[in-house]
Design a protein around this ligand. Structure first.
Ligand code: ZN
Length: 215
């Protein structure tokens, strides 16, 4: 049975994790607003989006469709049969239509970021010509790992319906649960320390002096 959750609920889990996700269609749109004005606008938009996301999630949470999960499962089987990677398939739906899909292609591409969710996000962004997937739902065969959850948050999708849990993934040899433990401060699997902050702050100051869109 698929389980759904509000993105707001889990946003805090990875708040400390700065995951830079390279997605197709990155915008270079200019704005005449000052950075401060833009921050205010961004915060307002984020609040509005968050509110919209909640109501969308409330609306859609009660009625996920197994039809879409079946497509995600089909994607996963396709990947397994091709030897592309693990049993992970994903489908992105907007207004009842599939707008993107994909499966794990880590082995096929020699790329650890090619999880099913990432492939589906890239596909949907390319198909829709945007980096913003607000109004979309993700169906995925397993609970997203921290990287994919980060990508989901960056993409502004409203809701995720996942099948297998992170514990189910651990049972068949995948490390999602261990990575979540690192984010929860329960164990350390990679060293993470601040270094050369002042030098990097100069970079930020240079960027902040312009009015580029924050994305
Ligand atoms: Zn993932």
């Amino acid at each position: 049975m698929a389980v759904s959750f509000s993105l707001r609920t889990l946003a805090g889990i990875i708040a400390a994790s700065a995951l830079a996700i390279a997605l197709a269609g990155c915008s270079s749109e200019e704005s005449s607003q000052t950075p401060a004005e833009q921050d205010n606008v961004s915060q307002t938009q984020a609040a509005e989006q968050s509110s919209a996301g909640r109501s969308a999630a409330e609306t859609t949470e009660a009625q996920p469709s197994s039809e879409f999960m079946q497509v995600a499962i089909g994607e996963a089987y396709q990947g397994i049969e091709a030897g592309d990677g693990g049993p992970f398939g994903s489908v992105i739906v907007k207004d009842g239509e599939i707008v993107g899909q994909g499966h794990n292609r880590v082995l096929a591409n020699n790329d650890p970021t090619c999880h099913g969710e990432m492939e589906a996000i890239r596909d949907a962004c390319q198909n829709l010509g945007t980096y913003d997937l607000a109004g979309c739902e993700l169906y995925t065969t397993a609970e997203p790992c921290p990287m994919c959850l980060g990508a989901v948050l960056w993409s502004n999708m409203d809701v995720v319906y996942y099948g297998c849990t992170r514990e189910d993934s651990a049972e068949i040899g995948f490390r999602d649960d261990a990575f979540y433990r690192q984010l929860n401060g329960e164990e350390e699997t990679v060293g993470l320390q601040e270094f050369d902050r002042d030098t990097c702050r100069q970079l930020f100051d240079d960027y902040a002096a312009g009015n580029a869109q924050r994305y």
